[in-house]
Design a protein around this ligand. Structure first.
Ligand code: GDP
Ligand code: MG
Length: 313
């Protein structure tokens, strides 16, 4: 028997102390936060979209690396809020940063430090936790451009470490995961090891349908719909029956969502059903309803449904 033969899974595990902590991902919309959560965790847990601002609530992915559990808080993009709903998203994002053990600030390598990144850098100064700089999308720019960007960002704010990654291709994502694993505080795991995401499935399913509406209708229906999962039940054959209601603000919007002869809602339902089924791993029967509810944007209950705080003004 050689030495390498002995280093097998049968040898007793050294009882190394575990680590566990919350890591907030902060960055402008579209910088790649959701993509990074998926790359770190290794399975689809949050909604990724080319359109800005599709993540309304905090969704966590959980990555395990060696003896560490890394709980990722994928925050909504931070931008200058105008509407009440937008302000709620921003409030939620910043409370995520203050509650976390570590903060990763993402910057898009191609966009660089634009107005949004600049304002985030300013605000991050007030967050006490250790901060990491993550330059994402390095696949899109020549390497020599990166160093100037790293320097400019570090001149603005003192980062504990800097990483240059591509969340999409996975380049250097392992390095980042290892670093996070070393930096989260010592402590027991907070979630069972096989748990990838604690986002309640109902909420995730609602978000998937909302994403489909958005992708299909964003020109006709900008930001004026919300989706709630009303029921979720497992049938005898293990398939899942889900009922959801799409809320819009006006009758004219209801007609847009339904489409001619119900064609639009049918295709939204088909696409959403496919995605939900892929995540839950069993067949899904999805029933969609469209209701008009005026001023849902000012209704505190809708915000609670989405896991957001309701801004006072
Ligand atoms: P978020 O708004 O910050 O959550 O950004 P998303 O994760 O939704 O990503 C926005 C867009 O950027 C999507 O089209 C992603 O595929 C793309 N993207 C994310 N990471 C990378 C990357 O490393 N390289 C490239 N080329 N595109 C990326
Ligand atoms: Mg996102």
């Amino acid at each position: 028997m050689t030495d390498s033969d002995r280093a097998d899974p049968l040898s007793p595990e050294p009882s190394a102390p575990t680590r566990c902590g919350f890591v907030a991902l902060i960055g402008a919309p579209n910088v790649g936060k959701s993509t990074l959560v998926n790359a770190l965790v290794g399975s689809k847990v949050t909604i990724v979209s080319r359109k800005v601002q599709t993540t309304r609530a905090l969704i966590r992915g959980i990555a395990i690396d060696n003896h560490s559990q890394i709980i990722l808080v994928d925050t909504p993009g931070i931008f200058s809020p105008r509407r009440r709903l937008d302000r709620a998203m921003v409030l939620t994002a910043w409370s995520g940063a203050h509650d976390a053990d570590l903060v990763c600030m993402l910057i898009d390598a191609k966009t660089g430090i634009d107005e949004e990144a600049d304002s985030i850098l300013g605000k991050l100064g007030g967050v006490a936790h250790e901060k990491l700089l993550v330059i994402n999308k390095i696949d899109l720019v020549p390497r020599e451009n990166l160093l100037a960007l790293v320097k400019a960002a570090n001149d603005r704010l003192s980062f504990a470490r800097t990483f240059m990654i591509s969340a999409l291709s996975g380049d250097r994502v392992d390095d980042l995961r290892h670093a996070l694993a070393e930096m989260v505080p010592p402590g027991p795991f907070l979630y069972p090891e096989d748990q990838m995401s604690d986002a309640p499935m109902r909420q995730l399913a609602a978000e998937i349908t909302r994403e489909k509406i958005y992708l299909k209708l964003h020109q006709e229906l900008p930001y004026q719909s919300t989706v709630e999962t009303d029921s979720w039940s497992e049938r005898k054959d293990k398939s899942i029956r889900i009922e959801q209601t799409i809320f819009v603000e006006r009758e004219s919007q209801r007609k847009i969502v339904l489409g001619k002869g119900g064609a639009t809602i049918k295709s939204i339902g088909e696409e959403s059903r496919k995605d939900i089924a892929e995540i839950v791993g069993v067949p899904v029967h999805l029933f969609l309803f469209v209701k008009v509810r005026e001023n849902w944007g000012d209704d505190p209950d809708r915000y609670r449904e989405m896991g957001l705080e309701f801004p006072k003004e």
